[in-house]
Write a protein that binds this ligand. Structure first.
Ligand code: ADP
Ligand code: ZN
Length: 438
């Protein structure tokens, strides 16, 4: 089987839209008939399945939110009897209570096909050794890429996350050529390589797909030089399936969305109105082929931009540009909106060693404070003068990048936590305080 599916991936826009319109109208009938919460919402909005004939009708449909999934926990959004469900996954619960997702066998097959297509779009083939260092389990990263790599016919190495020295030995001994993991775990492995005398020349790695968390272009450069590979961005969320909703191609200019299965939209998160192509806003997806758990106009809370021009690779599938983060991750510091990814970009632009950092937000005397914790580079640990210069420079670079004053706290080398999955980059003490009523 060829997973460069040109008839879909390179189809003219009107053909993609015709396919989407067909699947959308079918999916809405399926959801209305079988999922009470969708039926209720559509009835309230006075929309009937017959009203949805094409993608132009999409905007008539109510949105779905994570809260809907939580309210119907665990199986209330399923559209098929549980006897048809072959797998359960759950979101990582990064922003609250976990949400549960079910898949039929066909859903799993489509997911695996999307993951195989992603691997092909970054130059993978059945000759590759795909090393999967995303966690296996309810988290979708591990099994998602695993099934894709097998479908492709590659040698699949189900390493899972953790046991990091062993990962490096496996890269070397098993001849891994493509790695799949979170970008922050890649950084942890590069550090370990350098500390233990591994060189990128010990490995046959050529590329990697990195996702599950936001990461900046500066972080991409660090991963590419540290592992000697091309580093590609891959996106997904468990509510939709997991990794491979979209993935970059070798031109690294945004992630091609599997539009034969998902219809993307960008909306203004305040007015909920769709925004024109090229505008940044909240990403909304409708899953149009899912059997077990249809998702209609699901608000991801991810901030991204969609572009539709034909890519140099020949694919016509819409691309989503690097997500900046989620609306939930956005920090409001003294009235200014700040995404952690902006700080990461500024910090790495100033010192490419500063790949481990932590943002601590607090409120002191009724005013927000933002402390950026960075590990002191080993070379300057002994010199107070050098430390002062470093701190001052770091502060000025970040202050001007985000437009709000921060304090820099230089920590002991290696004192911040290392990530094996999704990195925790922010501690917001204001939230903790609110929780306890102070
Ligand atoms: P949770 O929502 O609990 O973290 P998931 O594991 O389903 O659970 O995570 C999906 C989320 O991860 C997405 O909504 C998005 O915020 C983030 N994400 C996934 N891939 C990427 C990526 N390539 N770039 C930025 N963020 C990503
Ligand atoms: Zn492309």
């Amino acid at each position: 089987m060829n997973y460069y599916m040109k008839e879909i991936e390179c189809a003219p826009r009107h053909e993609i839209e015709a396919l989407q319109s067909f699947h959308l109208s079918q999916q809405i009938r399926h959801a209305y008939k079988n999922v009470a919460p969708y039926r209720d919402k559509m009835n309230k909005a006075d929309v009937k399945p017959e009203d949805i004939k094409s993608i132009a009708d999409l905007k008539k449909l109510p949105f779905t939110t994570k809260q809907d999934l939580r309210d119907n926990y665990p199986y209330g959004m399923f559209a098929v009897p549980l006897s048809e469900v072959v797998r359960i996954h759950a979101s990582s619960g990064t922003t609250g209570k976990q949400t549960v997702v079910g898949h039929t066998q066909r859903d799993i097959d489509i997911w695996a096909e999307c993951a195989a297509r992603s691997l092909v779009s970054v130059g993978g083939s059945r000759e590759d050794f795909v090393h999967v260092s995303y966690g296996y389990g309810l988290f979708t990263g591990g099994l998602g890429m695993h099934y894709g790599a097998e479908k492709l016919g590659a040698v699949t190495i189900p390493a899972s996350a953790g046991n990091s020295m062993r990962q490096l030995e496996m890269f070397r001994d098993f001849g891994s050529t493509i790695v799949c993991m979170t970008p922050s775990y890649a950084i942890s492995l590069i550090e370990l390589m350098n500390e233990n005398g591994f060189s990128k020349d010990d490995f046959k790695l050529k590329s990697g797909v990195f996702g599950a968390e936001p990461w900046s272009e500066e972080m991409r450069r660090e991963i590419e030089s540290g592992l000697g590979i091309k580093a590609y961005d891959i996106f997904g969320l468990s509510e939709m399936m997991g990794p491979s909703v979209s993935c970059e191609c070798v031109y690294q200019c945004g992630m091609h969305i599997c539009e034969d299965h998902f219809i993307p939209e960008i909306i203004d998160p305040d007015t909920l109105q769709p925004l024109p192509e090229g505008t940044q806003g909240e990403l909304v997806f409708s899953c149009i082929t899912k059997e077990a758990m249809p998702l209609i106009r699901y608000r991801t809370r991810d901030i991204a931009t969609l572009v539709y021009d034909k890519c140099e690779c020949g694919r016509t599938l819409a691309r989503m540009l690097k997500p900046q983060g989620r609306t939930d991750d956005m920090l409001i510091i003294r009235g200014v909106n700040v995404f952690p990814s902006q700080i990461e970009a500024a910090l790495l632009g100033f010192d490419n060693r500063a790949t481990n950092y932590l943002l601590v937000v607090d409120r002191v005397n009724n005013s927000d404070t933002l402390e950026v914790q960075i590990e002191t580079p080993a070379e300057i640990v002994g010199s107070i003068a050098d430390l002062q210069v470093y701190e001052k420079k770091a502060k000025s670079v970040i202050d001007s990048a985000i437009g709000v004053g921060v304090t820099i706290k230089l920590k002991e080398p290696k004192s911040l936590d290392r990530s094996t999955g999704k990195a925790v980059r922010v501690v917001d003490n204001r939230k903790i305080k609110n929780k306890f009523g102070s």
